[in-house]
Structure formats: structure tokens, C-alpha cells
Design a protein around this ligand. Structure first.
Ligand code: ADP
Ligand code: ADP
Ligand code: ZN
Length: 211
């Protein structure tokens, strides 16, 4: 059983690292960002509530987030554990998960700088179909603009633009960074430097997990 949170600013590499760790550990990744984007695409009630916040780089209200996570972790594929990617993002979300009886083994905080993540977000390209993530220079797809996994044309996310990025970083420092202290007090915080290749960061993450 391995219940994990991957914490870090937008562009730190949470999704990239969660995808690798999921395969190695045989547990699913639960990404609230992916779930919300799917809801927006499908035009569900949650999608309608979330869209304007996401486009502006603001946080979607806690009440919406807590509901979708609590429901997701009850699914059968979560029986052996899971990785939360991009949630919790506020102290209220962290407390709500705790109040719901959800406990974690490790909270992996990817430590980086605003300068590095800005470059990463500006060059990020994603597959609208399967969610695979690439970077124009540091992690390019084999064929430019085409998903390695499924052949779909890659896109740039609406919120990966300079003004929205700055807003998201401001919100990260104000709302999400205090979670490090919260989990530090619970003895769960594992800080990992993001320098070096995707593989080397993965090596450090597996090491703090004792794997
Ligand atoms: P997050 O989920 O934290 O927002 P992503 O996993 O989407 O971050 O990564 C952001 C961008 O940075 C992507 O384009 C990804 O390919 C790239 N990236 C991730 N980790 C690294 C790394 N260690 N070195 C260089 N680029 C990276
Ligand atoms: P990134 O890792 O690049 O910041 P995500 O895909 O995790 O992006 O999230 C995209 C957007 O979805 C966020 O900017 C926010 O609007 C919304 N979102 C995702 N997860 C949460 C959450 N836990 N709480 C509030 N809003 C969220
Ligand atoms: Zn794809």
C-alpha cells in the first residue's frame, strides 16, 4: 500500500514524474487537472463550474475538488494505493482529505524555481487525447508536434501562456506552498530537487520512497 502526494508548482514535473512512478509502483495517478479538463471537454456540470477559473489560472473552489477526489479514491483500482498529482492545493483541501480519513505515506515536494518552471510551461506540449506530456526542447516528441503514444496532434494548453503562468505561480506560493509546513509537521514531507534530467529526478523520488 502506497498513498502518495506529488506537490510542487505548475511545471515542476509532477505529472511527468507521477506517470513514471505509477508504472513502476503499479498504482494509478489521480490528477485533478486532468479530471477537470476532461469534465470541461465533456461539458458536465463540474466542467461548467471549473472552466472560467482554469482559463484564468485561478484555483477551482475547494468544494468541487474535494468531491471529485473523495469519489475517485473509492474506486477499485485505488486499493493498492495511488498518487495524487496537483491535489491538495490549499490547506482547506488538505484538511478536508484528513477529515475524510484519507492518510498518506509520503508527500513528495518537487523543489524548483519560478524561472525554471516558466521555461517548462512555455515549452510544454500535451496530447489532447491521451494526456502524454512533452517539451519542445527538454523532452521533445519523436516527430515534432505529434504524440509518441497515439499519433494525435499535440497542443499547447490555454493556461500555459506568460500572463496566466505568472498568476498561477503567485497562487502557488500563497495557497499551496504552506502545505509543505502542514505535511512537515506530520513527518511526511520528502523534498526532492528537480535539477537534471527527468530520469535523474525519478531516481531521487524512488529513493525517498525507499524503492
Ligand atoms: P506539472 O505536472 O508539475 O505541471 P509537467 O509534468 O507537465 O509538470 O512538466 C512540465 C513541463 O516540463 C513538461 O513540458 C515536461 O516535459 C517538462 N519537464 C518535466 N520534468 C523535466 C525535467 N526534469 N527536465 C526538463 N524538463 C522537464
Ligand atoms: P499544473 O500542474 O500545470 O498547474 P494542473 O493540470 O494540475 O496544472 O491544473 C490546471 C488547473 O486546474 C489549475 O490551474 C486549476 O485551475 C485547476 N485545478 C487543478 N487541480 C486543482 C486543485 N486541487 N484545486 C483547485 N484547482 C485545481
Ligand atoms: Zn497521445
Amino acid at each position: 500500500m502506497m498513498k502518495l502526494i506529488f506537490l510542487g508548482p505548475p511545471g515542476a514535473g509532477k505529472g511527468t514524474q507521477a506517470s513514471i512512478a505509477s508504472k513502476k509502483l503499479g498504482i494509478p495517478t489521480i490528477s485533478t487537472g486532468d479530471m477537470l479538463r476532461a469534465a470541461v471537454k465533456e461539458g458536465t456540470e463540474i466542467g461548467k463550474q471549473a472552466k472560467s477559473f482554469m482559463d484564468a489560472g485561478k484555483l477551482v473552489p475547494d468544494s468541487v475538488i474535494i468531491g471529485i477526489v473523495a469519489e475517485r479514491v473509492e474506486k477499485a483500482d485505488c486499493a493498492q494505493g495511488y498518487i495524487l498529482d496537483g491535489v491538495p492545493r490549499t490547506l482547506a483541501q488538505a484538511r478536508a482529505l484528513e477529515d475524510a480519513g484519507i492518510r498518506f505515506d509520503h508527500v513528495v515536494s518537487i523543489e524548483t524555481t519560478d524561472q525554471v518552471v516558466t521555461q517548462r510551461l512555455e515549452g510544454r506540449r500535451v496530447c489532447p487525447d491521451c494526456g502524454a506530456t512533452f517539451h519542445t526542447t527538454s523532452n521533445p516528441s519523436k516527430v515534432e508536434g505529434v504524440c509518441d503514444a497515439c499519433g494525435q496532434a499535440l497542443i499547447q494548453r490555454h493556461d500555459d501562456q506568460a500572463e496566466t503562468i505568472a498568476n498561477r505561480l503567485k497562487i502557488y506560493h500563497k495557497e499551496t506552498e504552506p502545505l509543505k509546513e502542514f505535511y512537515q509537521q506530520r513527518g511526511l514531507l520528502r523534498q526532492v530537487e528537480d535539477t537534471g534530467s527527468i530520469e535523474s529526478v525519478n531516481g531521487r523520488i524512488m529513493a525517498v520512497l525507499g524503492k
